[in-house]
Design a protein around this ligand. Sequence first.
Ligand code: NAD
Ligand code: ADE
Length: 487
Amino acid sequence: MKATGPNYAIADLALAESGRKQIRLAETEMPGLMAVRNEFGPSQPPSGARISVSLSITVQTAVLVETLVALGAAVRLASCNIFSSQDEAAAALVAAGVSVYGCKGETSEEFWWCLDQILDWTNDPQIAAHSGESAGGQARLGPTSVLDDGGDLVYLIHQGLEFERTGELEQSKSWANWEHEIVRSLLESSRLMSSDRYATLASSIVGGSEETTTGIQRLEVLEREGRLLFPMINVNDAVTKSKFDNKYGIRHSLLDGFNRATDVLIGGKTAFVAGYGDVGKGCAEALSGQGARVIIGEIDPICALQAAMDGYQVARLESVIEQLDFIITTTGNIDVVGAEHYPRMKNLAILANVGHFDNEFDVPALEELAVSVTEIKPLVHEYHLPNGRSLILLSEGRVMNLGNATGHPSFVMSASFTNQAMAQIEIAQNAANLENRVYRIPKLADEKVARVHLAALGAVLTELRPEQARYIGVSADGPYKPEQYRY
Ligand code: NAD
Ligand code: ADE
């Protein structure tokens, strides 16, 4: 990270103007966040909140961050993935006074250092600006709330505390040993600074929100084991998040990533999509829309049956592997494609992951197998195998729609991030009444997010007449579906 200052470490401050122009354009495509600014701007519900945010540092994230700031919060932002930053968005936020840590292509050491930095508010200039005090000199200060994408920030907080107490670090299933050693060394340095640094930083956290499926799975483990330290709002499972961002968002950004990375024709080719959940459904639709023949791999009979009814062949990877031009993983699971598969793949088959972590393809096994690797361009690598074939791996096996492209477009992120803004307002206003559990977004709020986006598309909703409402047993103002409805 070449540009560093008292409250930032990013790629290049000179990109701020370019970032600002893109943010201005994105705002027009993010009606939900604009509506939140209008509705809550005057009352400033999270006023005084210190929110530590770990999200891909994109133009869309910038609009969310500036919405939280417009409502009176201060934000320290780091990336949730080493390849998913848009450096111009980071620069524009820094120029606007937000504290930002991260750049595209940061190392894993830098990634964890950035997460640690956003938890430490001690000398943050935004606090001085809020309180009118001069920065520095005060006791160590932590966030009041966290906003996480994938669970690494929440993991770091929980492990930081545990490490200070016991010197032990829990091995997360999501990373290799070498990455644990990075976290261990970070926490050892923190403990040298102060033996209760994480305890102090965490003591002010009243709650938070989580963005994605994988992060929710990790939170639910903490909740089940009674170890969750504060209430967390599950944004992912808002219908206006997972049934839109995960599905329609990837339907757009998968192709964007493919095209920017390889520009290879998709029509007529054969693609294997591992996982037919929300993200897998969006990927399959995008690829078949381009004329690819799509084969689905699933472990869940319900999702597999959905895939079959949607017209896709459902098969095991092993039984079709020689036919595949593209293999896309969307499972949120580990070791979906491994050493046994690579030698059987077609020459120049393209491998891409869009699940949250880089453990769906066994990349170390591919590295071990390859006789050499050619970098075609950044985040596009050709692995030459001993059998004379090569394979193209995108984004080193990390989220390819954010590594090779810029993630989902603004409109769909508006729905996700309107839920995030509302979740942060709820934490600021009501955390004292919540237990250390994972909470869903209420259906009425979910419907409100849909409503504002409908209006922006010029779509006109049919009004439910009172006698019709009585007949189907709902209120004319919603919610229109029971909690268990699946959409
Ligand atoms: P999901 O639970 O709806 O779908 C995952 C599917 O994979 C499930 O149907 C599951 O049965 C299936 N699966 C699990 N193990 C499998 C295996 N070994 N082989 C085949 N199928 C298997 O989850 P989702 O919301 O679709 O999210 C999937 C992943 O994508 C998560 O890691 C999530 O965090 C991430 N995500 C990424 C983006 C992005 O922009 N790249 C956006 C949203 C979510
Ligand atoms: N996840 C997927 N697309 C994204 C985007 N554009 N911004 C932030 N997070 C994302």
